[in-house]
Ligand binder design. Sequence first.
Ligand code: ZN
Length: 160
Amino acid sequence: MKLYKIKKSKIDNRRGLYATKNIKEGTKIINYIGKIITNREVEESAKFDNNKPIYLFTLNNRYTLDGDFHWNTAGLINHSCNNNCDYEGKGYKVWVSAIRDIKKGEELTCDYGFGFDKDYKQFPCKCGAKNCCGYIVRAGSRFRINKKFAISKKKTNKSL
Ligand SMILES: [Zn+2]
């Protein structure tokens, strides 16, 4: 039995993936599949023009995985500021793993990992999490949008 099913998501009215049973932290849930292309193709193709690597994973200094295909079910996973999954890669494989225990029926979410840049307002976040910063920006950069997200950074400094 698969650990996920496709369902209409509460986030952004699109489809998303939902846990079909309780999932333990660290479990590999689904492979993120696509086509392996060269980093040069990424630079030269108009397809990737908007500069946001929504479906792209840089595998190494030569190759990138392009997951922008309808058969890449993992591509349906939505971004959340309070994500319960994350992307993991090894060699030429990328998969989605649980980063905490997930309950049956919860939507699976990842951190898309967008850096902060002048275009961040193009990608509003509707995840509905208490800690939502309003835009799809990776955790480490959210303090640039709102200072209250700097708390976790302060904590790190204290522990040094
Ligand atoms: Zn959010």
